[in-house]
Write a protein that binds this ligand. Structure first.
Ligand code: AMP
Length: 124
């Protein structure tokens, strides 16, 4: 079910619980700003999610409210994760789903990193 992007942040959402260690994940990276882990239902050979540690519902919420430090830290983390996964040479895709039309299902901002095969043109 797509989330309501105008709803307040719900600290019981699955990625909030994952951040607190209440549910397991296969973490591949973490720093002061972000945590990255494998998507539970990968759609490409490499499919990693990167989430900020802060409580933001979506890219809209994050880009409006996050500090410059949070935004810079999150952007750098995404690049670091992609480099760490060995994706730079062949390339990769970063995707944010936002709200209903974007098909966002988890109400904590997450960047999808896809790679490991040619990904085709932008929208399937
Ligand atoms: P989105 O549609 O952009 O909100 O994407 C949510 C993503 O979270 C989907 O690709 C799911 O497969 C993934 N996901 C849901 N629960 C988990 C979980 N516990 N661990 C890892 N990935 C998850």
């Amino acid at each position: 079910m797509p989330i309501d992007p105008t709803a307040p942040y719900d600290d019981q959402n699955i990625f909030a619980r994952l951040l607190r260690g209440e549910i397991p994940s296969t973490r591949v990276y973490e720093d002061e700003w972000a945590v990255a882990f494998h998507d539970i239902a990968p759609q490409s050979p490499v499919h990693i999610l990167v989430i900020p540690r802060g409580a933001y519902v979506s890219w809209d919420d994050f880009s409006a409210r996050a500090s410059d430090g949070e935004i810079a830290g999150f952007a750098r983390a995404i690049g670091q994760v992609a480099r760490g996964a060995g994706l730079v040479e062949n390339g990769y895709r970063v995707l944010y789903n936002i709200g209903r039309d974007g098909g966002q299902e988890v109400a904590h901002l997450h960047a999808h990193i896809f790679g490991g095969r040619p990904l085709g043109r932008m929208i399937g």
